[in-house]
Design a protein. Sequence first.
Length: 175
Amino acid sequence: MHFPFFRVQIMLSVILLLTLGQTNVLGDKLDMGGMGDFARSGANMGNDTAISGTADFKADTTEYTLIYNANPGGSISGSAFQIVQSGSDGQPVTAEPDTGYVFEWWSDGVQTATRTDTNVTDDIFVFASFSPQEYSLNYSAGTGGSISGPAFQNVDFGSDGEPVTAEPDTGYVFH
């Protein structure tokens, strides 16, 4: 005979209402769906079964992988591959730009070069993005001359600017 509802009294006088078949309840342990076991003691009392005991729960031992990669123009300092337990914190990592580059952002939107992922509850796989450092070139002529060509230019690291020419006014020479 199966009884659809049984009262289960556990530690701290908390009463749980469980829907279980009789064969599950009369064993020594009750499976709690992977969260732990319920050790029971009690007696069959006719049409009802009274059960009391202590619920033992297992810690979440799920592990997550943290992987930090760098796009061209930089590298990662710190541990780029980490395994952490659920709810734990990772170790700090920093996106280090190569000479002539600047850090832009992480692929998940984090804007700081150094990051420490906290309370991890999922795998993390991100890339650090870098861009060439940009330089401003401003050319100007003093009294007695002018500049031919673009006087204001933005140039990426390692690139050349557009040519400009210093042209003296009549009666002046460039030196």
